[in-house]
Design a protein around this ligand. Structure first.
Ligand SMILES: Nc1ncnc2c1ncn2[C@@H]1O[C@H](COP(=O)(O)OP(=O)(O)OP(=O)(O)O)[C@@H](O)[C@H]1O
Ligand SMILES: [Mg+2]
Length: 540
C-alpha cells in the first residue's frame, strides 16, 4: 500500500515539471503545491500505518470480564480500560486532577504491584479520559483480575470524587496504548471481541434456582424462577459446551423443591451428574404397553412409528389398522402385531403385497430383539402406570438402545405417554419437569404429534427442558415457546442464526455465541430485563 502512494510522488512532480515547461504554471506555485502534496502524503501514510497496527492487535484480542488479552510485538498482555468519571456534588469546586494525581502517585509507590497504569485519552466512541491497567501475561488471569479490582478500589478511595467505569468497548472503539507497551501506539478492537459486557445495565430479578454468576466485574449470582419452568426451558450449544451440566443443576434444584423430574437421557450422561436419582437402564428398563388408548391416540402412535420408520402413507394406514385391531384384542406384542398385519391385510395385488411386506420388514427391524422386550402388553406400563411410577427424580438412560431408530421411538413413546398422562389426569397436584436431551429427535418439523401435545399441557404444571446441539433441526415454534433460554457456545452459523432470531439478538451479541467457554452462556429469562452472560456453576 505505502509503496503505491510513494510512487505517486515522482508522478506528480513529473506532471508539474511538464506544466512548467509548457509555461502553464509558475515555479513559485509549484513549490507550494509540492509541499501540500507531500504533507498530505505523509498524513496518509501515517494513517495507513496506524490502521495496519490496529489490525495487528485486533486480530489477537480476546476479552473476559472486560479484560483484554492482546498481543503486541510477540508479547502478550492483559489489559483493561476504565473511563474516569468525576462525581458531581454540592461541596463547591473539586480539583479532580490533583485527587487523581494523588491516587496514581500512591499506587505507583506500591512496589508489590505487577500491573502498570497509564492515563490516556479515549478517542471513540466518545472522547474523554481513561485509565488503563496492563501487565505482561506472565501472571495468571486471576491475579491480574484481583489486582485490577484492588487497584480500582484503592484509586476510588483515595480519590473519592472519581469513579472508574470499565470502558464499554464497541466494535469501533479506538484506544491509545502507551509507548511502554511497545512500538504500537493505538489499539482498536474490531470484530474479534470476545464479549461486550454491558455491566451495570443488568438488573437481576428474583430467582430461586441459582445457576451461577454474571460475567462481569461484579460477578453477582444469577438464576431463574422455578415458576417460570412451566413456560419451558431451551438449552442450546455445541457438543461439550456444558448443556447437560446446566440441565443437571436445574433438575437437582427442582427435585429439592418437590418436583418430579424425568430425564430422557439420550447419551447416558446423567448417572454421574445426579447420582441420587432413580436410574432406568439396560438392567432395569421400563417396558411400555402402547395399547388401551383411545382412537385419537392410536392415530398419534401410528404417526410416531410412521415418523421414526419413515413409513409411506399407505404403510401408515395399514399400521393404523393393525394397531386398532390390537387395541380391540387388548393385547400387544410384536408377534401379534405382525400376525394381524399378515393375516388381516389383503395382498391380492402386487401393490398391496409391496406395501404390506415393506411395512412388515420395517417393523421386524425395529420390534425384534430388544424392541420386542421394550414394548409389551403383559408386563408393560400403560401411560397411566408410567405417570404414577415416575415420581421423584428419574433418569431414563436410553443409551443402551443401540438401534437409533428404536431409541428414538422408545424415547418418543415415553414422552408421549407422559404428556398423555398429564392431559388425561388433568394433573394439578404434581409439578413435573421433563428434560429432553437431543430434542431434535422429538420436536422435528415433520412430527407434529409432540408439538401438539405441548400446546395441550399448558395448564397442567408441566415444564419441559429442551436440549439440543442443533436447534436448527428443532421446530422453530417449539423454540419460540420456551420462555427461558440458556445458550451455550454455538459454532454452527445456521444454529446461531436460529437462536439469534428467536431472541432477537443484535449483531454484536451473535458474535459472542461462538466464543463462549465451557459453562458460559447467554441467559434469557423472564426475571432478567435483558439477556445476560453468565458462568454456570458445576453441578455438585
Ligand atoms: N459450568 C461448568 N463449569 C466447568 N466445567 C463444566 C461446566 N459445564 C460443563 N463442564 C464440563 O465440560 C464438559 C462437557 O460438559 P457437558 O457434558 O455438560 O456438555 P454438553 O453440552 O452436554 O455436551 P454434549 O453435547 O456432548 O452432551 C464436562 O466435562 C463437564 O464437566
Ligand atoms: Mg450433554
Amino acid at each position: 500500500m505505502n509503496q503505491k502512494y510513494l510512487a505517486f510522488v515522482p508522478f506528480i512532480i513529473g506532471v508539474y515539471l511538464l506544466l512548467i515547461s509548457l509555461h502553464l504554471i509558475k515555479y513559485n506555485n509549484f513549490i507550494i503545491f509540492i509541499t501540500i502534496i507531500f504533507i498530505a502524503l505523509l498524513i496518509l501514510i501515517y494513517k495507513l500505518n496506524l490502521n495496519n497496527r490496529i489490525e495487528k492487535i485486533m486480530l489477537k484480542s480476546v476479552i473476559t470480564n472486560s479484560i483484554y488479552e492482546i498481543e503486541i510485538d510477540n508479547q502478550k498482555y492483559y489489559f483493561i480500560g476504565f473511563r474516569i468519571i468525576g462525581k458531581e456534588n454540592n461541596e463547591g469546586k473539586i480539583d479532580y486532577n490533583s485527587e487523581l494525581q494523588l491516587a496514581i502517585d500512591t499506587i505507583r509507590r506500591n512496589k508489590e504491584r505487577h500491573l502498570k497504569i497509564a492515563i490516556v485519552t479515549l478517542l471513540d466512541p466518545s472522547p474523554g479520559s481513561a485509565i488503563i491497567f496492563y501487565a505482561k501475561k506472565d501472571n495468571d488471569y486471576e491475579s491480574f483480575r484481583n489486582e485490577t479490582i484492588l487497584t480500582k478500589n484503592m484509586i476510588e478511595s483515595i480519590a473519592p470524587h472519581i469513579t472508574l467505569e470499565p470502558v464499554e468497548l464497541k466494535t469501533d472503539t479506538v484506544f491509545p496504548i502507551p509507548k511502554l507497551l511497545g512500538s504500537v501506539s493505538y489499539g482498536g478492537y474490531v470484530g474479534q471481541m470476545k464479549y461486550d459486557i454491558k455491566a451495570n445495565r443488568v438488573v437481576i430479578g428474583e430467582y430461586d434456582i441459582e445457576l451461577g454468576n454474571i460475567i462481569d466485574a461484579t460477578e453477582l449470582p444469577v438464576g431463574i424462577r422455578s415458576n417460570d419452568v412451566f413456560r419451558h426451558i431451551g438449552i442450546f450449544g455445541s457438543t461439550g459446551s456444558g448443556k447437560s451440566n446446566t440441565a443437571a443443576i436445574i433438575a437437582d434444584e427442582l427435585y429439592k423443591k418437590g418436583f418430579d423430574v424425568i430425564i430422557l437421557d439420550w447419551h447416558g450422561e446423567y448417572k454421574n451428574l445426579l447420582p441420587k436419582f432413580n436410574l432406568y437402564n439396560n438392567k432395569n428398563y421400563l417396558v411400555l404397553n402402547p395399547i388401551n388408548m383411545d382412537d385419537l391416540t392410536t392415530m398419534d402412535i401410528t404417526e410416531l412409528i410412521g415418523d421414526v420408520l419413515e413409513l409411506t402413507e399407505p404403510q401408515k394406514f395399514i399400521l393404523y389398522l393393525g394397531l386398532e385391531a390390537l387395541n380391540q384384542m387388548k393385547e400387544f406384542s410384536f408377534k401379534s402385531l405382525l400376525q394381524i398385519i399378515s393375516a388381516n391385510i389383503p395382498d391380492n395385488t402386487y401393490m398391496q403385497r409391496d406395501i404390506k411386506f415393506a411395512l412388515i420388514r420395517k417393523i421386524i427391524m425395529i420390534f425384534s430383539g430388544l424392541g420386542e422386550k421394550l414394548f409389551s402388553s403383559e408386563s408393560g406400563y400403560t401411560y397411566l402406570d408410567l405417570g404414577e411410577k415416575l415420581r421423584g427424580g428419574n433418569i431414563i438412560d436410553l443409551s443402551f438402545i443401540r438401534n437409533i431408530k428404536l431409541r428414538k421411538l422408545y424415547g418418543l413413546m415415553i414422552l408421549k405417554f407422559l404428556l398423555e398422562y398429564v392431559i388425561e389426569t388433568k394433573n394439578r397436584d404434581r409439578k413435573i419437569f421433563i428434560i429432553i436431551e437431543e430434542a431434535q429427535n422429538y420436536f422435528s418439523q415433520v412430527n407434529t404429534v409432540i408439538n401438539r401435545a405441548l400446546q395441550e399441557i399448558r395448564k397442567f404444571n408441566v415444564g419441559l427442558c429442551i436440549i439440543s446441539q442443533s436447534p436448527s433441526n428443532v421446530d422453530q415454534e417449539v423454540i419460540k415457546n420456551t420462555s427461558i433460554k440458556i445458550i451455550h457456545s454455538i459454532k454452527s452459523n445456521v444454529d446461531k442464526k436460529v437462536i439469534a432470531d428467536s431472541i432477537s439478538l443484535e449483531k454484536e451479541e451473535i458474535q459472542i455465541l461462538d466464543k463462549l467457554d465451557v459453562g458460559e452462556a447467554l441467559l434469557v429469562a423472564p426475571n432478567l430485563r435483558k439477556e445476560t452472560l453468565i458462568k454456570v456453576k458445576k453441578v455438585a
